[in-house]
Design a protein. Structure first.
Length: 267
């Protein structure tokens, strides 16, 4: 074998080895990307000593919902979200707080969940909350990640909420604008904001796109993790959320503005 052929052979082997090593090293990063970072050890284990936050509720009505597998749907700041096989409900499992987060942060989210479930279950579509550790009340739940890999978790040990699955806010409204059926959705949104505000609840997260959705014609606030009780801010809350909706309508369907303004004035 000539020296030039030998050199080329060695170079090709080196390149192939480098590519193979790079592929191996990239596998963990690809897995994290494909699963959006979900792992069982990233779920928050429910505390034992916070019974004052737990609602007085029965588990029997939700047990049939938990007999089916739930598939990964997405994640937010506070939760990993899984969709039921029948696509009727979602379960939101609390994410384990990061090391640099204060203990008060999870406490605030617990308080927000309790406030939503106690005062605004209709407005949020909440069916059940489980904040504290329980014993032999709940089954093991089958979760599937984005790759279809299944896990089984004992629900008694984890903090979570169960909520009706809603259609995303923007897509529902934009479709309704196109077919001329948006009036009922807009009315329902205004009724939701008025109802929540009248109960003294404020949402310190102002985004419409990620926070709201529709169950048919009924608007619900899907993201309640930043709820606070502040009845003194009722008028400010109304002004803020009706104003944000007005800007959305003005951009996408200005023909609804006059009707919208009249309805806001009547709140």
């Amino acid at each position: 074998m000539s020296s030039s052929i030998r050199a080329e052979f060695v170079m090709n082997r080196s390149i192939n080895f480098f590519l193979f090593a790079a592929a191996l090293l990239s596998l963990p990063f690809l897995y994290v990307e494909m699963t959006q970072g979900f792992r069982i050890n990233k779920l928050y284990l429910a505390p034992f000593l916070q019974a004052e936050l737990e609602a007085n509720q029965k588990t029997e009505p939700v047990l049939p919902l938990l007999c089916q597998p739930f598939r990964y749907l997405g994640k937010g700041m506070q939760f990993f979200v899984f969709e039921s096989q029948d696509k009727q409900v979602v379960i939101k499992l609390f994410k384990r707080p990061k090391k640099n987060h204060s203990p008060e942060r999870i406490q605030k989210t617990f308080s927000a969940c309790q406030l939503a479930f106690t005062l605004a279950p209709k407005e949020t579509g909440l069916l059940y909350i489980h904040l504290c550790h329980s014993s032999d009340q709940l089954p093991a739940l089958t979760l599937k990640n984005r790759l279809g890999i299944s896990y089984s978790i004992p629900l008694d040990s984890y903090s979570f909420v169960i909520q009706k699955k809603a259609e995303p806010f923007y897509s529902a409204l934009l479709q309704a604008f196109r077919n001329g059926s948006a009036a009922s959705l807009i009315d329902s949104y205004l009724a939701l904001i008025a109802s929540r505000s009248s109960k003294g609840i404020c949402n310190t997260d102002f985004l419409l796109k990620n926070n709201f959705g529709f169950l048919g014609d009924q608007a619900i606030e899907m993201d309640f993790g930043n709820y606070i009780y502040a009845p003194e801010n009722k008028e400010k809350e109304l002004h803020l959320f009706t104003g944000r909706m007005r800007r959305f309508i003005k951009k996408h369907a200005p023909e609804y503005l006059t009707q919208y303004d009249d309805k806001v004035a009547a709140l």
